[in-house]
Design a protein around this ligand. Structure first.
Ligand SMILES: [Zn+2]
Length: 297
């Protein structure tokens, strides 16, 4: 059976040895052989495959070989350097924070020292004040003691207590009136002494409303009051106004001058010029109260 008719026209012509003039005119060298075209394509595919393999290997190598950090220091401009600089900046900030904290601690220390110095100074001032207050207290105590001593009057003459301070029926006038002192019995002419330190502010001779010859001595402020002492019915006095006397100094002698029935001393103490009870107010202790009363007046 003839297979030729079943071929298409070009194939049949090729099979019959027909040469296509167009194809025949084409120089054989200009046509790339079929195997060459296939080989080129295969080579391209292989190149792609090799390249892919190389990339893959490169990727594997880069992850396996050198850590990023070790190369970062030696490679300026990398992110790692930036981070390193950031770390430096943060370290500097930490350093500054440390300096600030040290300064704060130092400041607190100085403040504490200042406080301690201020407290010491204040304590010193307080101690000084305390010392000065103690001195003032001692001075007051001494003054009080001195005043207490000053109030400790001397019984101005010997003898028992006669009529005491207070209301009494007057022995001569025969009516009740205030007896403004203590009568101390004594022999005529016996000495009378200043009961306390002071200055003579009055001397009177004569009857003088019944007081007779008398002397008044100013003792100044004792406690919060002005204190004076008076001596009535004297035989005579030996002091003059303005004379300073000491406790126990002789100022005169017992007599019977003025309104008096016999020799005795009428002793009087005045606080702010007002007569007070010498015994009741603590200026003198009672003379021997057991002794017989002396002449009154
Ligand atoms: Zn009297």
């Amino acid at each position: 059976m003839n297979l030729v008719p079943r071929l298409n026209a070009p194939a049949r012509r090729a099979a019959e040895g027909f040469v296509d003039p167009e194809v025949a005119e084409t120089p054989p060298a200009r046509r790339r052989p079929r195997f060459a075209r296939v080989g080129l394509a295969a080579g391209a595919v292989a190149s792609i495959a090799v390249a892919s393999l190389m990339i893959s290997n490169a990727a594997a190598n880069s992850s396996a070989v050198t850590p990023l950090e070790s190369t970062a220091v030696a490679s300026p401009g990398t992110v790692a350097v930036f981070e390193s600089r950031g770390s430096d900046v943060s370290r500097t900030a930490e350093d500054r924070t440390a300096v600030d904290q040290a300064a704060t601690v130092r400041g607190q220390s100085i403040q504490a020292e200042n406080d301690a110095v201020a407290q010491a100074a204040q304590l010193s001032v307080l101690q000084s004040r305390s010392s000065s207050m103690t001195e003032a207290s001692d001075a007051i105590t001494a003054q009080a003691k001195k005043l207490a001593n000053k109030k400790n009057f001397l019984i101005p003459t010997a003898g028992a207590l006669g009529s005491p301070f207070g209301m009494r029926l007057h022995p001569i006038l025969h009516y009740w009136r205030m007896h403004d002192g203590d009568d101390i019995g004594g022999a005529c002419g016996q000495p009378i002494y200043a009961t306390q330190d002071g200055v003579v502010i009055k001397t009177e001779s004569g009857y003088n409303g019944g007081s007779g010859n008398n002397v008044e001595i100013e003792h100044g402020q004792i406690g919060s009051v002005d204190v004076r002492s008076d001596y009535f019915h004297m035989n005579k006095f030996i002091v003059q106004v303005g004379q300073t006397v000491r406790r126990g100094d002789l100022i005169g002698y017992v007599g019977d001058t003025g309104l008096s029935t016999a020799c005795h001393l009428h002793f009087q103490v005045r606080e702010n010029t007002v007569p007070v009870d010498p015994i009741g107010n603590g200026y003198i202790k009672s003379p021997n109260a057991d002794a017989a009363p002396t002449t009154e007046g």
